[in-house]
Design a protein around this ligand. Structure first.
Ligand code: NI
Length: 164
């Protein structure tokens, strides 16, 4: 499975709801997990592998050397509060990092791979990654959330590092 890089149109599309949580989706998620771990990422949205469906995976436990994959299908952010600044990166924008302002705490709803409805509160890094991945499903990248000046600097950086 290949991770699409900034500039690919699939990263700018709004993904459609998942209609069936079936074996095929489980297989896809397994492959995505393998791809994410190999790339040493902590989150990967379906858009990033060219699938325009509303689901993503994340694992914020990796740094402790213990894997705990979380799968969010048809996710929703029900409510949010607070503010937090965190240095983000993205597997689709390799090598670039910048601080992004996000909600500090979110209350979310989603289905897991067993079609169980998950309702929970996330904070800290989990809340950040969830919001980042959720944005992907709407075709939004973290660089879109930077100030105008920083976005211009990013464009310059990108041209310099990814000039073909
Ligand atoms: Ni990303």
């Amino acid at each position: 499975m290949e991770i699409l890089i900034f500039g690919h149109p699939a990263l700018r599309e709004r993904a459609k709801p998942v209609e069936n949580i079936n074996g095929k989706l489980k297989e896809t998620i397994d492959k995505m997990a393998e791809t994410m771990y190999k790339a040493k990422g902590i989150g990967l949205a379906a858009n990033q592998v060219g699938i325009l469906k509303r689901f993503f995976i994340m694992d914020v436990s990796q740094r402790e050397g213990k894997n705990k994959l979380e799968v969010y299908i048809n996710p929703e952010i029900v409510s949010a509060e607070g503010e937090m600044l965190y240095e983000e990166g993205c597997l689709s924008i390799p090598g670039y990092f910048a601080p992004v302002k996000r909600y500090a705490k979110i209350y979310v709803k989603a289905y897991d791979i067993n079609e169980t409805l998950i309702e929970k509160e996330l904070e800290g890094i989990s809340a950040i990654v969830f919001q980042h991945e959720y944005d992907h499903l709407d075709g939004i990248l973290f660089i879109d959330r930077l100030s105008h000046i920083k976005r211009q600097l990013f464009k310059k950086w990108w041209r310099k590092h990814y000039k073909k």
